[in-house]
Design a protein around this ligand. Structure first.
Ligand code: NAD
Length: 356
C-alpha cells in the first residue's frame, strides 16, 4: 500500500503539461525521502464538460474526498466561454472548493534571490530574500453574507453583509498561528477594527487565541495600512491572517511583489490534513501545447502539499532549494533574463528533479 493517495486534476490548457512536471518532481522526492505515492486522475473544468456535460462530475468529488491531497493544474479556455455561468469550467473550481470544505487559503509571496530583478519593487526595499505567507479566510465574510437589492428613499440600492462567527475566526486564526510556529513566529492580523464591528470581533478573537501560542509575536494592522506596508516595507511580514475580502485583495497585491505569475503556488486547506494545491495562474490557452509554460508554480505547490498535508517538510525544503538552484542558470521564456539559458517546460521539470 502506498503512503499517500493523490488525486490529479490536470484540467485544461497548460494544466496537463505543468502537472506532469510536478508529478515527476514528487516521484523524485518520494524516491529520495523514502515514501510512496499513488495517483488517481479525475476530470475538472472544460475537459469534464466535454466528457460528461458538467464541469464537476460527482465522481471527481468522491475521489478527492478520499485522497490525502489534491493537485490541480488550471481550468478554462475560449472553447467553453459560451457555456452558461453555472456550467463554466470556473464553476467547477468553486464547486470543488466548497465540496471539500476548504476554508483556509494560503498564498506565499516569495522572491527567489535569482529573480529579484523581476520584482516591481526596488532591491533596496526588498532587502534580503522575501517570504510572506498570506492566510485568507475562504468560506465566510461578505462574499457569502446576506445580500440583496431594495429601495432607499425611492432610489434603487444594494447591500452585502460582512459577518463572521467566533468559530469561523477561531479556526482560521489557529491555521495562521500554527503556520507562524513553523516559520518565524510572527503573525500580523489584518482588519478594519476602527470602523467595522465584525473586525472588532475578529481582533478580540485573534487576541484570545494568541494565548494558546505564547511564542508567536502578534500584531494588528488596519487593512489600508497593510496595503501600504506591503509595498514600502514588505520585509516586516512573516504570516498575515485576514478575512475573505481583505485577503482576496492583499494576496494579489503581495503575490505581484514576486513579479512572475508562473512562480506562484497556493494551498487551500480543510479541517484535518487534506488540502487542494494549485498554481495561482490560469490555463494560459495562448501557450498551451507549445512546451513553453513555466511549471514552477505547480512544482512549488507540490512542495506546499508535502509541508502542509503530507508531513514531509524535508522533501518540501528539497524542492524549494532545487528550484532556487536551477533558477540561477535556467529559465522558461516567461522569466528569461540575459545570461541564463532558455529551457522548455519538460526540461525545467527534469532540471528540478536533477537538483533534488
Ligand atoms: P492566465 O493566468 O491563464 O494567463 C495570463 C497570462 O500569463 C497569459 O499570457 C499566459 O500565457 C501567462 N501565463 C500564465 N501561466 C503561465 C505559466 N505557467 N507559464 C508561462 N506563462 C504563463 O489568465 P487568463 O489568460 O486571464 O485566463 C485564461 C483561462 O484560465 C481563462 O479561461 C480563465 O478563466 C482561466 N483561469 C483559471 C484559473 C484556475 O484554474 N485557477 C485561474 C485564473 C484563470
Amino acid at each position: 500500500m502506498s503512503d499517500y493517495k493523490i488525486v490529479l486534476l490536470k484540467g485544461d490548457g497548460i494544466g496537463p503539461e505543468i502537472v506532469n512536471q510536478a508529478v515527476k518532481v514528487l516521484d523524485k522526492t518520494a524516491e529520495k525521502f523514502g515514501f510512496t505515492v499513488e495517483y488517481d486522475e479525475a476530470l475538472l473544468g472544460g475537459c469534464a464538460i466535454d466528457a460528461t456535460g458538467v464541469p464537476l462530475p460527482d465522481e471527481t468529488v468522491e475521489k478527492c474526498k478520499k485522497a490525502d491531497s489534491v493537485l490541480l493544474g488550471a481550468v478554462g479556455g475560449p472553447k467553453w466561454d459560451t457555456q452558461p455561468g453555472n456550467n463554466r469550467p470556473e464553476a467547477g473550481l468553486l464547486g470543488i472548493r466548497g465540496a471539500l470544505g476548504l476554508f483556509a487559503n494560503l498564498r506565499p509571496a516569495v522572491i527567489f534571490e535569482p529573480l529579484k530583478g523581476a520584482s516591481p519593487i526596488k532591491d533596496e526595499i526588498i532587502g534580503g530574500a522575501l517570504d510572506i505567507m498570506i492566510v485568507r479566510e475562504l468560506t465566510g465574510g461578505i462574499y457569502f453574507g446576506e445580500k440583496g437589492r431594495k429601495e432607499v428613499n425611492g432610489n434603487p440600492a444594494a447591500y452585502d453583509t460582512e459577518m463572521y462567527s467566533v468559530p469561523e475566526i477561531e479556526r482560521i486564526a489557529r491555521v495562521a498561528f500554527d503556520l507562524a510556529m513553523k516559520r518565524n513566529k510572527k503573525l500580523t492580523s489584518v482588519d478594519k477594527a476602527n470602523v467595522l464591528e465584525s473586525s472588532r470581533l475578529w481582533r478580540e478573537t485573534v487576541i484570545r487565541i494568541s494565548k494558546e501560542y505564547p511564542e508567536v509575536e502578534l500584531n494588528h494592522l488596519y487593512v489600508d495600512n497593510c496595503a501600504m506596508q506591503l509595498v514600502i516595507n514588505p520585509g516586516q511580514f512573516d504570516v498575515i491572517v485576514t478575512s475573505n475580502i481583505f485577503g482576496d485583495i492583499l494576496s494579489d497585491e503581495a503575490s505581484m511583489i514576486s513579479g512572475s505569475i508562473g512562480m506562484l503556488a497556493s494551498a487551500s486547506l480543510s479541517e484535518g490534513k487534506s488540502g487542494l494545491y494549485e498554481p495561482i495562474h490560469g490555463s494560459a490557452p495562448d501557450i498551451a501545447g507549445l512546451g513553453v509554460a513555466n511549471p514552477l508554480a505547480t512544482i512549488l505547490s507540490v512542495a506546499m502539499m508535502l509541508r502542509y498535508s503530507l508531513d514531509q517538510p524535508k522533501a518540501a525544503d528539497a524542492i524549494e532549494n532545487a528550484v532556487s538552484t536551477v533558477l540561477k542558470e535556467y529559465r522558461t521564456p516567461d522569466i528569461y533574463a540575459e545570461g541564463t539559458k532558455k529551457v522548455s517546460t519538460d526540461e525545467m521539470g527534469d532540471l528540478v528533479c536533477n537538483a533534488i
